[in-house]
Design a protein around this ligand. Sequence first.
Ligand code: AHR
Length: 496
Amino acid sequence: PVKLDIPAVGPGPAGSVIARQIYGQFAEHLGSGVYGGLWVGPDSPIPNVRGWRSDVVGALKALKVPVVRWPGGCFADEYHWRDGIGPQANRPPRVNTSWGGVIEPNTVGTHEFMDLAEQLGTEVYINANLGSGTVQEMAQWLEYLTAEGDTALARERRANGRGKPWKIQYWGIGNESWGCGGNMKPGYYAEQYRQWSTFAKAPRGNRPKLVASGGQELALDWVETLSAEIKGRMDAVTHHQYSLPTRDWKKKGAAVGFPEAEWISTLAVPQTIDGYLAKHREILDRNDPAKKVAIYFDEWGSWYDPEPGTDPGFLVQRNTLRDAMLAALHFHVFHRHADRVKMANIAQMVNVLQALIVTDKNRMVLTPTYHAFAMHLPFMDATSLPVQLAGVPDYTLGQYSIPALSASAARSVDGKLLLSLANTQPNQPLPLQLAVGGKGVRAVTGQLLTATTMDAENRFEAPDRVKPQPFKAEAKNGQLVLNLPAKSVLVLEVQP
Ligand code: AHR
């Protein structure tokens, strides 16, 4: 069997704290990500609290959503916050030029989003519009949100129904500024950021962390330039990477009914991320040795060809066991880089790309990705622990080769020893011998997520096809050997 040991279990700091914000979410005005999926309006027959649907909010609350990024994405760089305040009937309809060219009614604006955040009990990460807005507009939005005194903007907020200021934890300045956010070069963005961040002001005690928009995929030039030029002005730099089975934006690969070659190619992406995050860290360690600048991986997840029959601008795709596995592999990478990666946001929360929840009118289904998040809840704010592996075979097909086993261990906030495992092979179970500090393990209990096919999914008619099952195993003759089923994710509490 493969041998897995968690060597550092004594008292004292073993690794970095896994910021719970790496289990963060992203909700953009895109397709039915907000309208329909989350927001139905207070007059809807679908049960809701002040317009936010109760079923979806309830399911998200169970995930203890740590942070939500809003309103985009590309949408953020064409969003003008004044369109979304005041009586809803008076708000101007606009064209959502990024996503499907549909009418953005602006029914959901600042007050509505902040209400959602309060219903969820989550932190907020607002992405301001650098691409097509003005510095003044951004500065006034932040003042409107946070002003305490008797200023015109605070009065306006109160007149719109909110007395006390909101807490704003994170403030993004632009999104994908190398692309939909303005097609800038890193040096130019750095100059812009220098100016914009000067005016991102808020009262003491309610100053959000300032987030600079960084690069994507293998690009290192953004993190290199930004960490050299504006490090004293930013708390974090972002990075984006999507997982496309074919790596081809024109034909990305199908969400279901895909060949094994696209199972492995998709699951190989987190390994690439692992490699370049190490390079990001080298750059940051050089330019920011005091570790003041974090990496926020604020868009990640699978991106497939759109579901046939849907508007391609709505980014609708199905979600299968492959997505749950992909999520687990991302978590392991983020845990490994927990000293720098302090936030990650899956794209996206509801109905868009690798969604956690899918809705259709009054129905809702929890995707395999949702279950992967739920299983990893104990890892929030846990302390990452190194794992020693021996005898892990490679899983190889065509041009791709990845380890058959991915593992991550941690000490939870309440002192439990946690282990997350993923067997990436679609057809081969993996026998595994567990040890803690070189000694045999007594027992494990946890939850197993697997299915009979690589593309097993939850549909409205069969919502529980892919769902975690209880798992337990005990030592025999002082050794605990467990059989990790093919294509499975297993999260365990380990009793040494
Ligand atoms: O998540 C969908 C889009 O992907 C976002 O709007 C954009 O930032 C990225 O290109």
